[in-house]
Design a protein around this ligand. Sequence first.
Ligand SMILES: O=P(O)(O)OC[C@H](O)CO
Ligand SMILES: [Mg+2]
Length: 240
Amino acid sequence: MSNPAAVTAGRGSITHVIFDMDGLLLDTEKFYTEVQEIILARFNKKFDWSLKAKMMGRKAIEAARIFVEESGISDSLSAEDFLVERESMLQDLFPTSELMPGASRLIKHLHVKNIPICIATGTHTRHYDLKTQRHRELFSLMHHVVRGDDPEVKQGKPAPDGFLAAARRFKDDPVDSQKVLVFEDAPSGVLAAKNAGMNVVMVPDPRLDISHQDVADQIITSLVDFKPEEWGLPPFEDSN
Ligand SMILES: O=P(O)(O)OC[C@H](O)CO
Ligand SMILES: [Mg+2]
């Protein structure tokens, strides 16, 4: 599914690509879900996808505040204590992070074709290092990485800070936002990309409510389905 008018605005003119990381390149959103289900079960509550949709993509403390407030446990558990409680579980899970389908193929393809690529993620440096430790070679193909604890990222997604900082750091600065294509899985990330004036392809988890698909310029079910030539990027030369 796609928004034809918006797709046309960026089609044919993409020069730079910015990737989100969690849930888009790496299958790490499931770890946050698992840990948050465990914590809420302690309060006899269930973690659902409407709350998940509000948290995903955001900086840790911003997501934590949403979690304790929206689930009604803020009198018993502060956002800060929630982050401490989930940390040991996440530290065990993150090093096992696996790539999402199609991520490796797309990154390598754009790299070989000399399309400048980078990452803008809400995750902070320590977690980034844990999540990517099995994928260093692939992630080294990124021109740069902007993380949630970057000094230029004053506000997390849906604010545009991370994407604007990412665009500024390509060496052929200034980059025209309208020629940037962002890949995102999270509603907050899609909004952040649009707030930065960029084109955005959303690859949503199928459990996200369909209402979150209204903002993106294009929706695909997997990176495997992305067709670079629709955006003026070099086509894949294999037949997959
Ligand atoms: O989706 P990302 O890469 O911006 O990461 C954000 C959080 O770490 C997880 O939702
Ligand atoms: Mg994400």
